[in-house]
Write a protein that binds this ligand. Structure first.
Ligand SMILES: *[C@@H]1O[C@H](CO)[C@@H](O)[C@H](O)[C@H]1NC(C)=O
Ligand SMILES: *[C@@H]1O[C@H](CO)[C@@H](O)[C@H](O)[C@H]1NC(C)=O
Ligand SMILES: *[C@@H]1O[C@H](CO)[C@@H](O)[C@H](O)[C@H]1NC(C)=O
Ligand SMILES: *[C@@H]1O[C@H](CO)[C@@H](O)[C@H](O)[C@H]1NC(C)=O
Length: 470
């Protein structure tokens, strides 16, 4: 009897799990639980589509990794989901490729007319492809040292229906002894600026003929970014249109340029006060900047002047800043601060520049933060490899992925349609987590609990002879 109920619950879980699966990890946990249940009650078959992290040899990692939590990895097999992939080098920076914006260059003259005629069809198929097949860019490596870990820039595919990152990268560019440390992906498809410890390089997309991601190439550009020569950038980003580039360096230089002309719009030097994070406001009029110490500054880009200094309270260290993404009047600025080694989110009114509130959201130091393009969600990542997704309106927890990675999270980026969250880590893995609406799942979760409770009650009553034999 109890076995019957258990199988029914397990079956129900599998059904709802595979259909909706609020978060892959939750789904995964359910599946694991069911597997255990099945092997106890039914059979001992092992699910075949599981991957083991045997190929991620921890001894190969560079010195930096010693500080991260690879210890548990050495202890042996750990199953990873298809939405995670290990790339063989610590990943420092990551982002989504705006594939649908990358212009195609026709391979030859004859194809040109054909392309024009098929323009509409291709637009449609590209649109449907774009939502199923996404591309991510990842950069990192072992640095200059003798670690043997390569430095590389990798473009990899993510298949939405199967929730899996591709086994083989679409593009892989070795960067010799230069470690890709930060990147800014041009939002309308020009290319990628990759920053290294002693300079930055500009890579351009090349898409010939048809709109097929397999035909995509990324080439180092001949145009050099002389303005960024010998500079170690800590933060860089484009505005939404891709017409302005903001850069912040380790030696304390904040510089903003018109793109692609690289004419300077703004410059601020504070010696030995490294720039940590930068963000453009939704309308592109303002820029927020953070340094290792001091307030968060808000700049007006038209007049190149500071319009607000957002002060720290005692004990706070600012780490990240992001403007909320909405065109309405209720815009806020989110600042991530560390307070006694706990991560908190502080919000500021963007009209009065007054502090609205703050909330401690995680117990561990935060090493990555971002906001979804639709403005609804925030994601924080910790040095322990955990991810917390929050509602941006009320800072309530939307979902938690405890061990998304084994090491420090280096970046978190939502896809353009806000349906997926890309995370990367020092543990050499990248992961894409599908974001699903919470409501319906909350309901089905309750349904599951109800079924379990009813089952337990039924069993209790039956074994006590309170109701007749079922
Ligand atoms: C950075 O420095 C290393 C050695 O110090 C050199 O090999 C490399 O070419 C430099 N890279 C850039 C982009 O200047
Ligand atoms: C960058 O460093 C190299 C080697 O030290 C030097 O030759 C070059 O002039 C520097 N460039 C700039 C823009 O400072
Ligand atoms: C930009 O600044 C100039 C003066 O410096 C002013 O005339 C203009 O209206 C400003 N534009 C916007 C969009 O604020
Ligand atoms: C910011 O302050 C203005 C003026 O007091 C107010 O109208 C607006 O609602 C505030 N916005 C938020 C998000 O609190």
């Amino acid at each position: 009897m109890i076995f019957l109920i258990f199988s029914l619950v397990a079956f129900y879980l599998e059904e709802t799990g595979s259909r909706s699966g609020r978060f892959d990890s939750l789904h995964f946990r359910f599946r694991r639980w069911m597997q255990i249940g099945r092997s106890i009650f039914v059979d001992r078959t092992v699910q075949p589509n599981r991957l083991a992290v045997e190929d991620a040899d921890p001894s190969k990692f560079c010195d930096l990794l010693k500080t991260s939590t690879t210890g548990s990895m050495a202890r042996g097999r750990r199953e990873i989901e298809p939405c995670s992939k290990t790339y063989g080098f610590p990943i420092y920076c990551a982002g989504w490729v705006p594939f649908s914006h990358i212009p195609t260059s026709s391979a030859s003259q004859e194809n040109e007319n054909e392309n024009e005629n098929e323009g509409d069809d291709k637009g449609d198929s590209a649109a449907s492809d774009a939502s199923d097949k996404l591309l991510v860019a990842l950069g990192g490596g072992g640095g200059e040292g003798r670690s043997g870990v390569p430095n590389a820039l990798v473009i990899s595919g993510f298949d939405f229906p199967s929730r899996s990152l591709s086994d083989e990268p679409v593009i892989r560019i070795g960067t010799e002894s230069d470690l890709p440390y930060r990147m800014a992906i041009h939002p309308t498809g020009d290319g990628i600026i990759c920053s290294f410890p002693n300079g930055s390089r500009w890579f351009k997309w090349d898409l010939r003929g048809s709109r097929d991601y397999k035909k995509l190439a990324l080439n180092p550009s001949e145009e050099s970014l002389t303005q960024l020569e010998n500079v170690s950038l800590q933060a860089l980003c484009f505005n939404k249109e891709g017409s302005v580039l903001a850069t912040g360096s380790e030696d304390g230089n904040l510089r903003v340029f018109k793109w692609p002309a690289m004419e300077s719009i703004l410059s601020e030097v504070v010696d030995d006060n490294s720039v940590k994070d930068l963000d453009f406001s939704f309308d592109g009029k303002h820029l927020a900047s953070l340094r290792s110490s001091g307030p968060c500054r808000v700049w007006d880009l038209n007049s190149s002047s500071v319009i607000a200094n957002l002060a720290r309270e005692s004990g706070e260290i600012f780490r990240f800043c992001r403007f909320s993404c909405s065109s309405d009047d209720n815009q806020v600025l989110f600042v991530i601060a560390m307070h006694d080694d706990q991560g908190k989110i502080i919000t500021w009114n963007t009209t009065t520049w007054k502090r609205i509130g703050s909330k401690r959201v995680v117990k561990d130091p935060i090493s990555a933060f971002n906001i979804s393009p639709d403005g609804k969600l925030l994601a924080v990542g910790t040095i322990e490899g955990g991810i917390v997704v929050l509602n941006s309106k009320n800072l309530q927890v939307h979902s938690v992925i405890k061990k998304a990675h084994l090491g420090l999270l280096t970046s978190l980026v939502f896809s353009q349609d806000s349906r997926a969250l890309l995370s990367s880590s020092f543990d050499s893995t990248a992961r894409v987590t599908a974001i699903e609406a919470k409501k319906s799942n909350g309901l089905s979760m309750w349904l599951v609990f109800l079924v379990i409770i009813v089952a337990i009650l039924a069993y209790y009553f039956q074994s006590n002879g309170l109701i007749g034999n079922l």
